[in-house]
Design a binder for this molecule. Structure first.
Ligand code: UT7
Length: 324
């Protein structure tokens, strides 16, 4: 008997405020045409002033519990992937516990920037396989609008706010890639790439939250190469390849990165879940948001092989292969 961590339900939450590309034309030397053609982004959501990351995360968690037909008493722990926490501490996960009325179990945050959800899923899978938990809420939630430099046209047009969540639960499998659940994962990071994507503030340096800085073009080139490699490694671990994949559910940073990676993997674009046009880059929230959208509209179905990959600040990158 093999223990598998199976997704029982997915949900998401997007803040009400929709911001079209044209909004930036008012004060920045940019255009809807440039943003669409270079990134694929048409609009994004920004959280309200009184909405924090934990609020977004809690809404998404409730939606995932509803989709799974479960309530908070069924959950053993909460893991939140985020780089934009409400406070330096405590973790967003403990605030989600509080807001869900969950007085048992544990909660902690994972910080691997845009790869955060891949890291969180991999950790959750390990906890379930080790018998530390039977059911976990795994959430990606971000308010990147709070760390934008609104005068930097090369970054502020790209990011958005949102949250996505899944309920992962222990189920029995037979140890083959036909099992439902997480089948393999590949994690990587390399701190030599720090300058490509970082935030220029923090607790032990400037004492404030700082603003996001990115060298977009060099990062773009790293992204396609590293995402293809990590996706291949995750699939090779279970003896599968791109042709076995029903859905790529990628990190949604740039449609051209997504297209380049899919092409290199030999997966046609009609088997890729795309949300970048509506959400922009929501960092650790982008994959669970896309999983939730794809499941809710009936594209991702029970038994489908899903491959998710992501790269972000660090650089940190990785992939997870799972059967829905
Ligand atoms: O989620 C974490 C991972 N993130 C990523 O992987 C993002 C990776 N990078 C990208 O998505 C792309 O590199 C960008 C969308 C950021 C930029 O696209 P690009 O094709 O790499 O453009 P570029 O940076 O080479 O810039 C081309 C031109 C430059 O002008 P010059 O030097 O050619 O005169 C930029 O100054 O576009 C200019 N530019 C803009 N123009 C209008 C940069 N930002 C803008 C803008 N509007 N918002």
């Amino acid at each position: 008997m093999t223990v598998r961590a199976v997704i029982e339900g997915a949900g998401h939450y997007l803040p009400e405020r929709v911001v079209p590309n044209s909004w930036f034309e008012g004060w920045l030397d940019t255009s809807d045409e440039w943003i669409r053609s270079r990134s694929g982004i048409e609009r994004r959501r920004f959280a309200a002033d009184d909405e924090a990351t934990s609020d977004l995360a809690t809404h998404a968690a409730r939606a995932a519990l509803d989709a799974a037909g479960l309530n908070v008493d069924d959950i053993d722990g909460v893991i939140v992937a985020t780089s934009t926490p409400d406070l330096t501490f405590p973790s967003v996960a403990t605030m989600v516990q509080r807001d869900l009325g969950m007085t048992h179990g544990f909660g902690f945050d994972v910080q691997a920037v845009c790869a955060g959800f891949i890291y969180a899923l991999t950790n959750a899978n390990a906890l379930i396989i080790a018998g530390q938990a039977r059911r976990l809420l795994v959430i990606g939630a971000e308010t990147f609008s709070r760390i934008m430099d609104w005068q930097d046209r090369s970054t502020c047009v790209l990011f958005g706010d949102g949250a996505g969540a899944v309920v992962l639960s222990a189920q029995e499998g037979n140890g083959t890639p036909d099992d439902r659940g997480i089948l393999s994962a590949d994690l990587n990071s390399d701190g030599r790439y720090r300058e490509m994507l970082y935030v220029d503030g923090g607790v032990s340096t400037t004492g404030d939250a700082g603003k996001l800085r990115m060298q977009g073009n060099p990062l773009f080139r790293q992204a396609v190469e590293k995402l293809t490699e990590t996706a291949d490694v995750a699939l090779e671990k279970i003896g599968l390849s791109g042709s076995d994949v029903d859905w790529i559910v990628p990190h949604q940073a740039n449609i051209r990165i997504i297209q380049g990676t899919a092409r290199k993997m030999g997966v046609p674009m009609d088997r890729v879940i795309l949300t970048v046009q509506d959400h922009g880059n929501t960092s650790a929230a982008s994959i669970p948001l896309a999983l939730s959208v794809g499941a809710a509209d009936g594209r991702i179905r029970k038994g489908d092989l899903v491959l998710s990959e992501a790269i972000g600040g660090g650089l940190a990158w990785g992939a997870v292969a799972l059967r829905w």
